[in-house]
Write a new protein. Sequence first.
Length: 435
Amino acid sequence: MNVLVVGGGGREHAIAAAIAQSRKDPLIFAVMAKKNPGIARLCHDFLLEKETEVKKIVSYANNNNIDLAFIGPEAPLAVGLADALSDIGIGVVGPKKAVAKIEFDKAWARNFMRKHGIAGCPVFEVFNEREPMFDFIEKLGNVAIKPAGLTGGKGVKVMGDQLPTIKDAQEYASLLLESGSVVVEENLVGEEFTLQAFVDGDHLAFAPTVQDHKRAFENDLGPNTGGMGSYSDAGEILPFLCAEDVKQAKSIMEHTVKELYAETGVKYKGVLYGQFMITKNGPQIIEFNARFGDPEAMNVLPLLQTDIVDVMSAIVSGTLDKLDVRFNKLATVCKYAVPAGYPDNPSKDKEVSIGDVGDALVFYASVYEENNKIYTTGSRAIAVVGIADSISKAEKKAQEALDNIVGDLHFRRDIGTSSLIQKRIDHMKEIRGKS
Ligand code: AMP
Ligand code: GLY
């Protein structure tokens, strides 16, 4: 069995590591823009190429008799890589362009949710003109402003420390309007969580819920990043959620998959990522992504008990309901080491040395190797994952590992700590009105 992994980040390292554990003993191939040393070590062969070079990837897959492909990032999905690989008979985990649109066109996604009555869609409008947009921002009063296209999670700004006043929100929206449509929506108040599922077109197999930390600095301050770290609890429910919240979020995702087919006639096959805000009115949808989250993939994939190659085959054949997809009931804490100054003014080409990480997992992201040394590139560099029977034990493992990774690096010490978790719990109690 020949399996292709597309993408070269921490998420794809976690995907490749899960495939490498398969009892089917597959040969792993990869396509990545830059050589990720962690993925390269797991591969039989790899192609260094931009993940959006559809023709070159298809020909590489064809020449290497690829049976199954797992597409990690959103950019290749947005240019139809899943369609092109399926066209030559490869089983693809990663949705076709028509349905991956749920991620890469935020305006389309919101209109789709409204049209199909998907629960948990916030009040929003899409704008191409300034005046009505300014009026709507004033009317809503507390808004989130989003460019309609892909921005790597960094184009969204919400009112608060990022946009202190209505005028700031209007100015930012006006700036975004210069490069395309702008989505203005209500600023949802609550706690965020991520729910990811394998999807075979009809059935969903859910991973445990995860909480990511988008802001660059401790106490959730500073600019948005791709994600600085994330945690999950032993079991599928985060400490600030209740079973009903997760049940509702699952049902929203199931409904979404069904309606995506009704809207497009294309079955969604891959990973669906629901980013939710748990509010006093239950889970509200911040956005959907058409792939695993990065870092959230690194929380859930190491817990997957079921052989991932079986999961991939079931996604392709539409038989996920026949497979018992299980995750170990352990807590995980993932923390990213990022270059100092990330994301606005990151240092680059600085050596990173990895010391004793104990039994924490290490996933390489945007780093390169030269003469057996690892260097940063300016983006998120290396992630560590601690796994234990409680979040606080997992956090200690991750932090100890991180303390032995040396370089011109920054990380968030607070992710997964008991005091931060308690803050989340208290915040939700306050929101639900039980405090
Ligand atoms: P996104 O790129 O859509 O994931 O947005 C990045 C971050 O902006 C999210 O993780 C949220 O923290 C925040 N955000 C996006 N939309 C909203 C919203 N409607 N209300 C509150 N926060 C939001
Ligand atoms: N961690 C957020 C994302 O992957 O979009």
